[in-house]
Design a protein around this ligand. Structure first.
Ligand SMILES: Nc1ncnc2c1ncn2[C@@H]1O[C@H](COP(=O)(O)OP(=O)(O)O)[C@@H](O)[C@H]1O
Ligand SMILES: [Mg+2]
Length: 665
């Protein structure tokens, strides 16, 4: 890449700066802060955008709404023009898509929608690897930043080695090797961890066996308990059968007891009846005896019919007498009331005397009748008395008969009752015997029921025990399953372990190989570096006073012609600058080679004299002018003495915060 022209609009201290470049050495001089480095920054930014590590904020001029950079360069026989614009939008500064442009040989390439597209395009043109950090490549191959020229040879060996290893991308091998070491140690940790897990395998197997044994033991226990349960069940059934029987017996006895009570009640009633009967019989017998005695006392010889006959005759006689008496009384009355003196009877005339006589006759005859009547009435009373007595006797006799009949009945009844008492008593005896069994039966029933309860409780407890044992077996099965899963896991781990060990082995061997490769590569590049260095050193050194070699640690070492080692610091300023520049340029070429890009035609040096003494600075233009293998060199410096080195010279100053560039003829 050869730069042709550069346009800056509102870039940092530059408002509008147009520059033309050509092959040869271009030197920009100016005071610190005048805007020199800005030119180099702009070149880097326009090529790589923010991948250059320069932010939009850093690059756009303060206060400016928009800015742009346009760079023209030649590369591989074509001329390219690349443009990047920036715009301020609110507080942020963005790439202006309308000012992302690329021209090849005056022809605009298809519109770049995004900065990324432009970047890719540029990388393609410059032949940079697509996965590289373009800034790194650019800065190693073309753009040497402030104070880096001398730095390289003055660094401490370890730092230099690191820096060069990075440029040579040997750090890749180291990184890979380090990564592999980390990986190997991680894998080794994993191996240890797995070995730790696998170690428990034996213990686990023993545990599984123990669990198995315990399971078998408990299963035996369960079988025994089940047998016991069967026995208890049979016992419970037997007891229940017996209890049923006893209950039936008890019911029977209860019935007997009821019967006993009723028999007893009946007995009491019958015995009462018997004693009442016996009492009555006694009374009746006495009554019979008394009545018979009374009958005997009555001494009656006649029969009632004779009395009635006699009484009839008597009543007739009495009737006849009373009739007579009534007739007499009528005749007497007639006589007394007689008005005439004619006898009513004889119809003859009767005298007073006769009348008197007649009346007396009547009275005497009436008296006789009364007398007779009285006698008859007396007789009638006697007859009434006799009748009465006969009647009383008959009554008595009937009464006796009645008593005797009743007695017979009562005796018959008594006999029946006594027979019943006998039957009842014998039944009672029988029942008593049965009832006396009742307590015994009750007791047996209670005992049986207690035994049943006990057996049932035992049955329940066995069932519970079986349940408990079953749950323990379940638990054990679960645990065995878990352990087996763990063992399977371990088996898998063992497989993994052996694979891991193989991998660790392989990685270790690979790592050794990488170390070896790194050494081979390193040696190869070291050889190349030495060759490149010697080429540049031959080109720019002054009279060959010293021989300079690069040792195994990339350290440049100077020798006198007689082979004596001389520290680089003892070399003259010009020698040191030659060594440093040769070293830097050799590295640039090696880096280009490694990145697979062309050797750079452009060398940008920003303040290359930092750390140089006056003598060194003075020798630099001579050294640079000798450097014919690099077609375009752009130097930025605040040292006026370097102006002499330039084919084209520019002076930059800053006036009122704006950089002004003036070409010095
Ligand atoms: N965004 C910016 N806008 C305006 N001026 C800036 C901006 N950034 C930096 N500057 C100024 O630009 C000037 C030039 O800086 P620089 O090019 O690095 O100077 P030097 O010539 O020392 O290399 C400095 O004085 C700095 O303050
Ligand atoms: Mg500067």
């Amino acid at each position: 890449m050869i730069l042709k022209s550069l346009l800056l609009e509102n870039i940092r201290s530059h408002q509008k700066t147009e520059l033309k470049f050509d092959r040869g050495i271009t030197v920009f001089t100016g005071r610190t802060g005048s805007g020199k480095s800005t030119i180099l920054m702009a070149i880097e930014y326009v090529l790589f955008g923010s991948a250059s590590g320069i932010s939009n904020q850093m690059i756009l001029r303060r206060g400016a709404k928009a800015g742009r950079i346009v760079l023209e360069f030649e590369h591989n026989g074509s001329t390219y023009k690349v443009e990047r614009g920036l715009k301020r939008t609110g507080k942020s500064i963005l790439v202006d898509e309308h000012h992302l442009r690329l021209f090849k040989d005056g022809v605009k390439l298809p519109v770049m929608a995004r900065a990324k597209d432009l970047n890719e395009e540029i990388l393609g043109i410059l032949g940079y690897p697509s996965d590289c950090n373009p800034r790194d490549v650019f800065e190693v191959t073309s753009y040497t930043k402030q104070d880096e020229v001398r730095k390289l040879i003055e660094l401490r060996p370890a730092e230099r080695q690191q820096f060069i290893d990075r440029i040579l991308q040997l750090s890749k091998y180291k990184n890979t090797s380090d990564n592999m070491r980390d990986l190997i140690s991680k894998l080794n940790e994993e191996v240890k961890r797995i070995e730790g897990s696998v170690e428990v395998e034996l213990k686990l197997k023993e545990e599984v066996e123990d669990l198995h044994r315990e399971k078998i033991k408990i299963e035996g226990d369960i079988q025994r308990r089940k047998k016991e349960l069967g026995e208890v069940d049979t016992k419970v059934n037997e007891l229940r059968k017996k209890i049923d029987e006893i209950k039936r017996a008890s019911d029977r006895i209860l019935k007997s007891k009821e019967e006993y009570d009723s028999v007893n009640g009946r007995l009491i009633r019958v015995e009462k009846e018997i004693s009442k009967l016996e009492e009555e019989i006694k009374i009746f017998e006495k009554e019979v005896v008394n009545s018979k005695l009374e009958v005997q006392k009555l001494k009656i010889g006649r029969k009632i019919e004779e009395v009635w006959e006699e009484k009839d005759k008597l009543l007739k006689e009495i009737g006849a007498l009373e009739g007579e008496k009534k007739r007499l009384r009528q005749e007497l009355k007639n006589v007394e009331e007689l008005k005439t003196d004619i006898c009513p009877l004889c119809k003859q005339k009767i005298s007073e005397e006769h009348k008197k006589k007649l009346m007396e006759e009547y009275s005497r005859r009436m008296e006789e009748i009364d007398h007779k009547l009285a006698e008859l009435l007396k007789k009638k009373t006697e007859l009434g008395e006799a009748e009465k007595q006969i009647r009383a006797k008959t009554e008595l006799e009937e009464k006796v008969l009645e008593y005797e009949r009743s007695l017979t009945e009562k005796k018959k009844r008594l006999k029946e009752l006594k027979e019943e008492v006998d039957i009842l008593n014998s039944r009672k005896k029988e029942l008593e015997k049965e009832v006396s069994e009742f307590e015994k039966v009750r007791r047996t029933l209670w005992e049986l029921q207690e035994a049943e309860k006990e057996a049932f409780a035992k049955r329940e407890s066995i069932i519970r025990e079986i349940e408990l044992l079953n749950s323990r077996v379940k638990d054990l099965v679960e645990r065995i399953k878990e352990k087996k899963i763990e063992l399977e896991e371990i088996e898998k781990l063992k497989g993994k372990l052996s694979k891991l060990k193989d991998l660790v082995d392989l990685l270790g061997r690979l790592r050794d190989d990488i170390k070896n490769i790194r050494e081979v590569v390193r040696n190869k590049f070291l050889d190349d570096l030495r060759m490149e260095f010697q080429k540049f050193f031959e080109e720019i050194r002054r009279e060959g006073e010293y021989i300079v070699n690069i040792d195994q640690n990339y350290e440049p070492i100077a020798y006198t012609k007689s082979g004596e080692e001389v520290p680089i610091s003892n070399l003259s300023g010009g020698e040191r600058t030659s060594v440093a520049l040769s070293y830097r340029l050799a590295l640039a070429n090696i880096a280009a080679q490694i990145s697979g890009i062309q050797k750079s035609e452009l060398l940008i040096l920003d303040e290359p004299t930092v750390g140089f003494d006056k003598e060194d600075i003075r020798t630099l233009p001579e050294v640079l002018r000798k450097l014919k293998t690099i077609p375009q060199i752009i130097i930025v410096t605040h040292e006026d003495e370097l102006k002499d080195a330039g084919d084209y010279k520019f002076e930059i100053e800053k006036v009122n915060g704006v950089s002004r560039v003036r070409k010095v003829e």
